[in-house]
Design a protein around this ligand. Structure first.
Ligand code: AHG
Ligand code: MN
Ligand code: MN
Length: 323
């Protein structure tokens, strides 16, 4: 029999809004996270019925936008715009920060990837929405200043994972399209036995190459879907593993975006007792200089992240010092 909460409801019928209230999350932040959950219901609909083609536009990275990217962006932007608790917002699909309200008191600034992995929808693989939330008006802050991070995973089941700095909790969407609690306080082991290697192997630098060889010597299994959200979700729910999209010979900053992909996921993984690094320092300590900044990332079990940093230090940093 699952434990019951004060209202006598079994813990696992606990919906998202009640869970937030039970964790004394303030009213505006509760409303904001619930609005993100609401928006996900329309994004699901657009994924299952929407046009899989290109939008005929490209984002600031020059990446071709899919109709679904633009649609998901519009759905989330509209929700946040009308939420009355957002000061500024910024997405992977926008060129600059969108001001929503001039006053910052009691409001939040939100950075989001409306549909991460969108190019996987046409081969029916799992995709997700990633949201990073700061208090006040400033989005260009280190990720450690976030007050919340949320992702929604559109997979065989639709799930939502959030943290407000009091543990990581997972919700599932039921038949009535409500999010009900699946599990609380998700935690990672110190070391794992799965790895999720992004980027092309032939472009790996010596430290990363040696790191992967070490993992494979240990018999660590390769699990890579090409979607950041399902790949991170797998590590969280299995309680172990490491994902990396490293600096590459031709892309020293890697591929993933700091503000709306790496900071929120690093917040969640650290809350689960894991670590997230750019290969030298915690992702959450990086001070973004501009909104669309990218960073290399090694994220997951603490020991696996530390091992990556050690290989990079020994085979790249020290090497470059001694020449
Ligand atoms: P997005 O679809 O938002 O541009 O992000 C895709 C990202 C991320 O989901 C994934 O980890 C990475 O791209 C995969 O990149 P590769 O296809 O180069 O492996
Ligand atoms: Mn993305
Ligand atoms: Mn995206």
């Amino acid at each position: 029999m699952s434990p019951t909460n004060k209202a006598g409801k079994t813990k696992f019928q606990l919906d998202l809004r009640r869970h937030l209230r039970e964790h004394y999350v303030n009213e505006n932040l509760t409303h904001l996270i619930c609005e993100i959950a609401e928006a996900s219901k329309y994004i699901i609909h657009s994924i299952s019925t929407g046009d899989l083609g290109v939008a005929g536009t490209s984002n600031l990275y020059g990446e071709q936008q899919l109709a679904l990217d633009v649609l998901a962006d519009r759905i989330l932007r509209k929700r946040l715009d009308h939420s009355r608790v957002v000061a500024n917002m910024m997405s992977e699909e926008m060129d600059e920060i969108i001001p929503v309200s001039p006053d910052c008191d009691g409001k939040y600034s939100v950075a989001f990837d409306p549909l991460d992995g969108s190019s996987l929808v046409d081969v029916n693989l799992a995709v997700g929405t990633i949201v990073s939330i700061f208090e006040g008006c400033d989005l260009l802050q280190p990720g450690r200043k976030q007050v919340a991070a949320v992702y929604v995973l559109y997979g065989p089941r639709t799930t939502l994972v959030y943290s407000v700095g009091k543990g990581v909790h997972e919700f599932g969407m039921n038949m009535l399209r409500e999010y009900t609690l699946l599990q609380e306080n998700i935690t990672l082991e110190p070391q794992g036995n799965l790895y999720s290697p992004g980027g092309q192997r032939n472009l790996y630098t010596p430290g990363v190459e040696a790191y992967v060889n070490k993992l494979e010597e240990r018999g660590v299994k390769l699990r890579y879907s090409g979607g950041f959200v399902p790949d991170i979700n797998q590590i969280l729910l299995k309680g172990q593993g490491i994902f990396f999209y490293p600096h590459l010979k031709n892309q020293p900053q890697g591929k993933l975006r700091l503000l709306f992909e790496l900071s929120p996921m690093a917040f969640l993984i650290e809350q689960a007792g894991g670590a997230a690094s750019d290969g030298h320092r915690p992702i959450l300590d990086l001070q973004p200089e501009q909104i669309h900044e990218r960073s290399p990332v090694f994220i997951g079990c603490k020991k696996d992240v530390a091992l990556a940093e050690e290989f990079i230090r020994k085979l790249e940093d020290d090497k470059s010092k001694t020449g």
